[in-house]
Design a protein around this ligand. Structure first.
Ligand code: ZN
Length: 283
């Protein structure tokens, strides 16, 4: 295991994140009001450790506080997330997994799963899709959060990391149709991983947002979760302010103090009305 001395020095927030913080313009016809639906079970699928904490962490913590069960799946362990080519990638991966587990505890996920795919080389191919279908069929979420795979450029400047796009499209393809199709990856069904219908996708860092979750004071939980990624970030006062400003800007779309924005894809409508945020789940 790495010791504290092995942890590379923190880096400033890079351009990719600054640009992801530029809110997209609401979609035409979007319901511009606080989003009220909440999943009883949800899964967050991301490319790297720290993506989920820059992504839907505040929404996740709000839903978990209201009674939802959330699980985090990281496709890679972020073993290329450094500036020093001499760093042992396996040591960096172990450091980043430990940081992500700490952050996940802050948010309240029941567990973090690492799929140990190569950082910087993530590909939407059948082996990754099968791993994701297995995770989805085991946990059986109502909703999946993932990267918006259609964002190639952030608001005309900056490139969305290839792993973000690959994780996003792999998650979408795993959700539909593979996870619900009993004939997809038949060895999974034979091993007891029965088909499962995910009803909604929430795509974060969206180019064209369609849903805004009022995160209230949970922006502080998001910042606390980000604080765990010490090999990647220095969370100083200026950083905290930028995160609050980002949330405030998203909140402005729906007239609240802070929000997270998503592109929402409803695959299956609800048979029954969902529990609103804040309601305790039915016994
Ligand atoms: Zn990332």
């Amino acid at each position: 295991m790495p010791t504290g001395d092995d942890v590379p020095p923190p880096r400033p927030v890079r351009g990719r994140l600054r640009r992801a913080m530029t809110p997209g313009q609401p979609a035409e016809g979007a319901v511009v009001a606080p989003h009220a639906w909440r999943a009883a079970r949800f899964m967050v699928i991301v490319a790297h450790p720290d993506d989920a904490d820059f992504g839907p962490a505040a929404t996740a913590s709000r839903w978990i506080d209201a009674g939802s069960v959330g699980r985090l799946v990281c496709c890679t362990s972020g073993d290329q997330g450094g500036e020093d080519p001499e760093i042992d990638p396996l040591e960096l991966a172990a450091t980043r997994e430990a940081e992500q587990r700490q952050a996940a505890a802050v948010v309240g996920y029941d567990e973090v799963r690492f799929l140990h795919q190569p950082d910087g080389a993530l590909a939407n191919e059948l082996p990754l899709r099968e791993l994701l279908v297995r995770e989805i069929r085991e946990f059986r979420p109502d909703a999946v959060f993932t990267h918006d795979p259609e964002v190639l450029f952030y608001q005309g400047s900056g490139v969305n990391h290839t792993d973000h796009r690959a994780a996003g499209i792999a998650a979408v393809d795993a959700v539909y149709p593979a996870a619900r199709n009993p004939m997809a990856f038949p060895s999974l069904a034979r091993a007891g991983f029965a088909p499962h219908k995910v009803r909604r996708l929430y795509l974060f860092w969206p180019g064209v947002p369609t849903a805004w979750v009022d995160i209230g004071a949970a922006i502080e939980r998001k910042i606390d979760a980000l604080r765990c990624h010490t090999s990647q970030l220095s969370v100083d006062a200026a950083f905290e302010q930028r995160m609050r400003d980002w949330a405030a800007e998203e909140g402005g779309a729906i007239g609240v103090a802070s929000a997270e924005a998503f592109r929402l894809i409803v695959i299956d409508d609800d048979e029954e009305p969902s529990e609103p945020i804040g309601a305790k789940p039915a016994e």
